[in-house]
Design a protein around this ligand. Structure first.
Ligand SMILES: Nc1ncnc2c1ncn2[C@@H]1O[C@H](COP(=O)(O)OP(=O)(O)O)[C@@H](O)[C@H]1O
Ligand SMILES: [Mg+2]
Length: 251
């Protein structure tokens, strides 16, 4: 753990955080998203050579989509693919009420190395800046956005930053949007996508009869809800089996 010198902000540098085991093939990704992510990973692996040849190497991505459709899971899988640790920014650690503290705390986040850092629900920190200082807090918000932009312009080393939001692009500061060359959208699942997911769940739980899992509905607003329903059905099946005395006995 490393403590920054100003005495107020303790930033854990997680040298010991594990590399996630999640990979892209564990997720249902659109062909477009998969291609963009694979290109990102390929360029990252050869980043030193790309830089030697005078090319900029992207270190940031923006994920947009309704909840439960894979933004966090994909950021984690990206870390797994890149061989980096994964961490979600804890806003309570960086949003301070004292003037000047928030920018310092944001800068310290960008000093992290060897990890994928996720700014989840990033609209709360990089919302469109307001140039009319009429609201209490507007100044602090602008200060935060400005600092994120400054940090993005100075990014180097082995930090990869993912911004994720449920909000439309219009809610995000345009200067941030301009800096993102990878903007991926995560759509809700089609019935085919749900069937793919049910198959994955069934493979993970081979002792649950397939028909129990495949009886789940295939029209859901998110992968997470589809998964939740199938898992609930499987658990209910197991409980019923246990109660009827056919399952493993209670100790
Ligand atoms: N595209 C997907 N493919 C497979 N599973 C998914 C997908 N999207 C979501 N899930 C499942 O739902 C869970 C919650 O998704 P999450 O990534 O947290 O959604 P979001 O961050 O977009 O709100 C994941 O951990 C995963 O189990
Ligand atoms: Mg999420």
């Amino acid at each position: 753990m490393l403590s920054l010198s100003n005495g107020r902000i303790n930033v854990p540098i997680p040298e010991d955080l594990p590399i996630p085991s999640r990979r892209f093939h564990h997720l249902r990704l659109s062909a477009e998203n998969r291609a963009a992510l694979e290109q990102f990973v390929d360029e990252w692996q050869y980043r030193h050579t790309f830089r030697e040849y005078g090319f900029h190497v992207d270190q940031t991505l923006l994920f947009q989509g309704l909840p439960g459709n894979g933004k966090t899971a994909t950021a984690e899988a990206l870390a797994g693919e890149l061989g980096l640790a994964f961490e979600v920014v804890n806003y309570t650690q960086i949003v301070h009420s004292y003037v000047g503290q928030t920018p310092k705390a944001i800068a310290s986040q960008f000093q992290r190395q060897n990890q994928v850092l996720l700014f989840d629900e990033c609209d709360s920190i990089v919302a469109k800046r307001s140039f009319i200082d009429e609201q209490v807090g507007t100044h602090a918000r602008n200060e935060a956005v400005n600092q994120v932009l400054k940090c993005l312009d100075r990014m180097a080393g082995t930090l990869c930053v993912v911004f994720a939001t449920n909000a439309p692009h219009a809610a995000i500061d345009p200067a941030l949007l301009r800096r993102m060359s990878h903007k991926l959208t995560f759509p809700p699942p089609t019935p085919d996508d749900c069937r793919w997911l049910l198959e994955q769940i069934s493979c993970r739980h081979p002792m649950i009869p397939e028909e129990v899992i495949f009886a789940a509905a295939v029209d859901h607003p998110s992968y997470a809800e589809c998964e939740m329903q199938a898992v609930q059905r499987a658990r209910a099946w197991l409980m019923q089996k246990l109660k009827s005395g056919n399952g493993r006995k209670r100790k």
